[in-house]
Design a protein around this ligand. Sequence first.
Ligand code: 5GP
Ligand code: ZN
Length: 141
Amino acid sequence: MTACIFCKIIEGSIPSATIYEDEHVLAFMDIMPVTKGHVLLIPKKHHENVYELTEEESSRLFSVVPKIANALKDEFKPAGMNLLQNNGASAGQAVFHFHLHFIPRYDETDGFQPTFITQEWESSAERIQEIAAGIRVKLKN
Ligand code: 5GP
Ligand code: ZN
């Protein structure tokens, strides 16, 4: 028997409020919503994080993203929506089965506060080109 809480949800051995299911993916309500309509989308095959997803599984998963986002938009009429996906405990991952958060946003007082603070020492044009060059090498490997 699996120890993974999301695999248990897929098996049906613990309950969830499912909103969408097909052969490859499951979407259900987050048990501790950070805003109204907070949904999680997962692959049915257990993968801990984004590094483990195959291109095919990732395509299948992301192919349903606009459908789910539009259903949330139609139902709740949010002002905006964040898609969020954490990999590793230091990135905030608490459940180690890949999941994509859909977080509808209402206004600046909805309580969810993702912040982007520019790291000044990383933001010169030269430094950005240097960083990009390193990543391009890895993508060619
Ligand atoms: P993470 O921090 O790993 O990106 O997010 C994990 C999410 O899973 C959290 O938002 C948490 O509320 C949700 N979660 C944890 N356990 C359960 C559960 O048993 N059922 C559901 N529906 N969501 C869960
Ligand atoms: Zn799992």
